[in-house]
Write a protein that binds this ligand. Structure first.
Ligand code: SAH
Length: 215
């Protein structure tokens, strides 16, 4: 799929809108201006790719709203060379934003069909992201520890596996809670293994589910 002049123009406007909404991290905005969001979306929604809205990506899942992607990425403080684990690959858009910022990205998706579709897409793109099919709650012990962990689905709890796989001094960003709304939390792992928590307002995500699924 092409990235036309029109797409680039629309993307510039979208990034401007996100900046106005309060995202101040220039590195995040620059990365989002580079990633052609429309290629991560189903063709029927192409016209809407550069609106600041979430959209269906099949298998009952959504690509997050651009503002939310920017907000989570800003909280994560990702930078060149850091090892980042993303839970909930979905379309692969967020993973590519992190890769564009120079992070070494590992991403887990539980939904088999979505995993296959996104893997195929990412193979045709230049951003390097390692994709895994599995339950993100288990993390990736083989590749741990991680500097950063980003959960992009609503988490009713945080598994000890994920806490174990976060480096001391590392950050985890997670929309936390069970109901329709979640509180965006940033957790920092302290020397003694405990977590210090900060809160950043209310967001809405699809739920984090257990096991691998075909649903
Ligand atoms: N980051 C994505 C959007 C994520 S939507 C993007 O940029 O497009 C949340 C995703 O989390 C969905 O694809 C859903 O299938 C996945 N998910 C839900 N529970 C999961 C789990 N336990 N492990 C891994 N992925 C999970």
């Amino acid at each position: 799929m092409q990235d036309t002049f029109r797409h680039k123009g629309l993307r510039k406007q979208l990034v401007e809108e996100i900046r106005r909404k309060g995202i101040t991290d220039v590195r995040v905005l620059e990365a989002m201006e580079k990633i052609p969001r429309h290629i991560f979306m189903d063709s029927s929604f192409l016209e809407f790719a550069y609106q600041d809205k979430p959209f269906p990506i099949g298998s009952g899942q959504t690509i997050s709203q651009p503002y939310t992607v920017a907000f989570q990425t800003m909280l994560l403080e990702a930078s060149r060379g850091l090892k980042v684990l993303e839970i909930g690959t979905g379309s692969g858009y967020q993973a590519c934003v992190l890769a564009e910022m120079g992070a070494k990205v590992y991403s887990i998706e539980r939904q088999r069909k979505l995993f296959a579709k996104t893997k195929l897409l990412l193979e045709s793109l230049s951003w390097k992201v390692q994709l895994f099919l599995g339950d993100g709650n288990l993390g990736l012990p083989k590749f741990a520890p991680f500097d950063r962990i980003l959960i992009t689905a609503a988490a009713p709890s945080i598994s000890t596996a994920l806490v174990d796989q976060l480096k001391v001094g590392g950050l985890m960003v997670v929309p936390f809670g069970e109901g329709a709304d979640q509180t965006m939390k940033r957790l920092i792992k302290l020397e003694d293994g405990s977590l210090k928590e900060e809160q950043f307002g209310i967001f809405r995500f699809v739920p984090l589910l257990g096991n691998i699924g075909n649903d």
